[in-house]
Design a protein around this ligand. Structure first.
Ligand code: FE2
Ligand code: FE2
Length: 321
């Protein structure tokens, strides 16, 4: 490859790669207040939109990726994609489990989640297409869309890992752990979707086109979700969501800053972009090593392993005396 070509192709940072594993976490929500960012329903609900979008969205990632597996001709990438599928399935479930808690607090998200389910399952679902070019085109288009969305999940993961202002304002520790466990795994696997897209297609025009669709859809769904929560929050008299409120929280540090969001756009569209250039795997791994939920998952796995070992030992006549 000539230097000129190298300068125009994605430049991965090899040290940022890590073997992926799904951590089987669980959270208990009894003590989490409705406004888990104290005194700030808007910041709370803007982040709560994740619980509306991610269950269906991440199930959709898994659905699409299972269809792409047969097209992967690189063993290392296949392992990454399988690890990614395991992590996203767990994320989807963990966010889904917050919804009954919102319902108990008088905020029923069903009217909105029904629309999101339709969006991912029908609009972005499998179409009745003839096998061959059309079917493959639709699959590649969705793989590219996921790569663009994952640019933002990594952006948000990096943001929440560093959002010290949420701690300073006394945000609920269980919710922070859910967001940071998820955010850390997003940072951990941030290169997989882009590597997969590069492997099966990687066309620059497709990257730009699908970024535009993903960005517009995320903005649209996010502001609608925030509005839905603010208008239906039983404790608010005239709850409203606005861009100004978002901008102010961004400056304060309780939501991502508008400037940082805007600056992330040209980075994704750069021909040398690779997700490993963003965020820090070391920080993500360090968080996962101390996350209460991830640690509980780790010890549950170890206990299950010990139990299985003991049971196997008995079976072989090697039980304890
Ligand atoms: Fe995720
Ligand atoms: Fe992800």
């Amino acid at each position: 490859m000539s230097n000129k070509e190298g300068a125009r192709t994605p430049q991965p940072v090899e040290d940022e790669r890590v073997a992926l594993k799904a951590r089987k976490v669980s959270f208990s929500w009894e003590d989490t207040p409705l406004h888990w960012v104290p005194g700030d329903p808007f910041a709370t609900h803007t982040i709560n939109v994740l619980h509306l979008l991610l269950p269906a969205g991440e199930r959709w990632f898994v659905h699409v990726y299972k269809q792409v597996l047969p097209y992967i001709r690189d063993e290392r990438l296949r392992e990454d994609v399988i690890g990614f599928i395991g992590q996203e399935a767990m994320h989807s479930q963990a966010h889904d489990e917050v919804l009954p808690h919102l319902r108990e607090q008088g905020l029923d998200p069903t009217p909105y989640t029904a629309q999101i389910d339709w969006f991912f399952e029908k609009l972005l679902g499998d179409r009745t297409l003839p096998p061959g070019r059309a079917r493959r085109w639709w699959l590649l288009e969705r793989v590219a869309l996921i790569a663009a969305i994952e640019h933002y999940t990594a952006f948000l993961g990096d943001w929440v890992l560093n959002a010290g202002e949420l701690d300073r304002r006394g945000a609920d520790p269980t919710m922070l752990d859910l967001l940071r466990w998820h955010g850390a795994e997003e940072v951990e696997h941030r290169s997989v979707a882009f590597d997969l897209f590069t492997h099966v297609d990687g066309g620059y025009r497709r990257r730009v086109r699908t970024w535009a669709v993903a960005f517009a859809a995320l903005l649209f769904l996010w502001q609608r979700g925030a509005r839905f929560f603010m208008e239906n929050d039983p404790t608010l008299v005239d709850g409203r969501a606005s861009f100004t409120a978002f901008y102010v929280r961004g400056r304060r540090g309780t939501l991502p800053a508008t400037g940082a969001l805007l600056r992330s756009i040209p980075r994704y569209l750069s021909r040398t972009y690779h997700p490993s250039q963003e965020a820090s795997t070391a920080q993500a791994v360090a968080y996962l090593a101390s996350s209460p939920a991830a640690l509980a998952a780790e010890s549950a796995t170890r206990t299950a392993g010990t139990d299985t070992g003991a049971a196997e030992g008995h079976g072989q006549g090697k039980g304890v005396a």
